[in-house]
Write a protein that binds this ligand. Structure first.
Ligand SMILES: [Zn+2]
Length: 395
């Protein structure tokens, strides 16, 4: 398992490196094919981004990898994790190294270790199906190429897969102390483009319409919305725009992130943003447009979801693994699956730390530990319908 993670991690698969993600997808396709299934590479739509000059630019993404096994089975589980990492081709962090306890490298915990956990657990399940002849559990794997930027290209595939399956298991790294993530906040990234009129700052200042001043006004207003809704934070992250000091700037791009704990607050937050944009447009005489949407809802745990957590903790206990969970402000594809009505546990990947930094590592013995936990969970579901979190769902 360690060798697999090393081989995958030394290939750069930063989200925007579509060919690197493609290479990783091919490597993983080869490994999953050993299960006797037919892994399929599926192209995803390009993602549109607003660049710092206010232009919408399309970026190609790597393919997704989709695998289905026994899609007609009465109990069906969706296993999801991403192949992309946050480390682009320009990142200095491109190699792996190992000591007795850890493997260090880009994406080893988030989430290539999780792919290995998933693969080995499915191997154990398929050996069990082969020997027992019990074929009650079907599964579908979706490895997506763009989770680190919010899954814009693969969201459609995730939604389709969530309609075909009853329960979700995702293999994001466990929280640093080994806990599972429970409730998660929702998250939305927004980009506001302000277009004004440029003019010479000395000769024709009054002819100009200052886009940077308008963006700063909106930024300040957004920051002041903090505290208006419980559990909601708005983080103004960046303003780009402007140029020479003797010129009124005609373009600015403002970027910010919203974290929130209640979906019901989305309309009120959107209305407050609309109001700020209209004020800026009137006051500064600029065109203001907002890009982005609320597409990662808060993940709340309903009865079926809690049943699933309880199941996995019981299974862990039988393996002498002490497993806890806690809430987090971080988001992942588990938020989206829950939003489409699929109860899921999303942190079944390896234990590790330093994710999204050049110190990223995974704990070596967590590979076997987590693969064993997932394998037992899957095998329990083939054997005992009482353990299945969705007893009332039709086949
Ligand atoms: Zn991740």
């Amino acid at each position: 398992m360690i060798g697999l993670v090393e081989r995958w991690a030394v290939v750069n698969s930063g989200t925007m490196n579509s060919s690197g993600v493609g290479t990783v997808a091919h490597l993983m396709q080869h490994e999953f094919a050993e299960l006797g299934v037919t892994p399929e590479l599926i192209p995803v739509d390009p993602v549109e981004e607003l660049n710092n000059r206010g232009e919408l630019v399309a970026h190609e993404l790597g393919p997704a990898l989709s695998i289905r096994c026994r899609p007609e089975a009465p109990r069906r589980v969706l296993l999801v994790i991403h192949m992309d990492t946050v480390y682009g081709i320009e990142s200095p962090f491109q190699t792996v190294r190992r000591d007795d306890v850890h493997l260090y490298g880009p994406g080893v915990a988030d989430a290539k270790g999780g792919v290995a956990v998933m693969l080995v657990a499915l191997q154990a399940l398929e050996r069990h199906v082969e020997s027992s002849g019990i074929r009650e559990l079907g599964w579908e794997v979706l490895l997506n190429p763009d989770e680190e930027i919010g899954s814009p290209g693969s969201a459609r595939l995730l939604e389709e897969a969530s309609r075909r399956n009853h329960v979700g298991l995702l293999f994001e790294p466990a929280l640093p102390d080994g806990s599972l993530a429970h409730h998660r906040k929702g998250s939305a990234n927004f980009h506001i483009r302000c277009v004004g009129v440029s003019a010479h700052a000395g000769r024709h200042f009054e002819d100009g319409r200052n886009a940077v001043a308008a963006a700063a006004f909106i930024a300040s207003g957004i920051h002041q919305l903090n505290g208006d809704w419980e559990g909601t934070t708005l983080n103004v992250a960046r303003i780009d725009g402007g140029g020479p000091l003797n010129m009124v700037p005609s373009m600015a791009v403002l970027r910010f992130n919203v974290r929130y704990s209640k979906s019901e607050n989305e309309p009120a937050i959107a209305a407050a943003l609309d109001e700020l944009q209209q004020q800026a447009s009137r006051q500064f005489g600029v065109d203001v447009e907002r890009f982005g949407e609320f597409n990662t809802p808060p993940k709340t745990i309903d009865d079926r979801g809690q049943f699933l957590f309880d199941q996995i903790r019981e299974t862990a206990k039988s393996l002498e693994i002490d497993l806890n969970w806690r809430s987090t402000g971080g988001v992942c594809d588990g938020n989206r699956l829950a939003g489409w009505g699929v109860p899921n546990v999303d942190t079944l990947g390896v234990r590790g730390g330093g994710i999204h930094s050049t110190d990223e590592f995974m704990v070596l013995d967590s590979l076997t530990e987590r693969a064993t936990l997932t394998a037992h969970t899957l095998i329990n579901w083939t054997l005992n319908s009482d353990l299945w979190p969705c007893p009332s769902l039709p086949s």
